[in-house]
Write a protein of this length. Structure first.
Length: 92
């Protein structure tokens, strides 16, 4: 599945767009530092760079597992946005 984490829009509690957070960089760092599957390292680098990546269901499940844990300072609303994005892949 083709995925581009830089497409994720973050909003604050009032619904205002947050533009000073590049969520793809956070997601890329989390994967780069914590992935069990070493094949995700180059994918993490591409995610960090804002590139579209092609992920298998297995890759998506590992990324979802990594993001679900409160690691590396990714705040709850950002984790939720990433998880919602992953859950909606292929539903459009």
């Amino acid at each position: 599945m083709k995925v581009n984490f830089s497409e994720i829009n973050l909003t604050d509690i009032e619904g205002n767009s947050i533009t000073n957070i590049e969520i793809n960089k956070n997601v890329g760092n989390i994967i780069y530092k914590n992935a069990k599957n070493l094949n995700l390292i180059p994918i993490a680098q591409d995610i960090y760079a804002g590139k579209e990546v092609n992920l298998s269901v297995i890759d998506l499940n590992e990324i979802k597992s990594l993001i679900s844990s409160p690691v590396d300072g990714l705040v709850a609303f950002a984790r939720k946005a990433v998880l919602d994005y992953i859950d909606n892949i292929g539903k459009e």
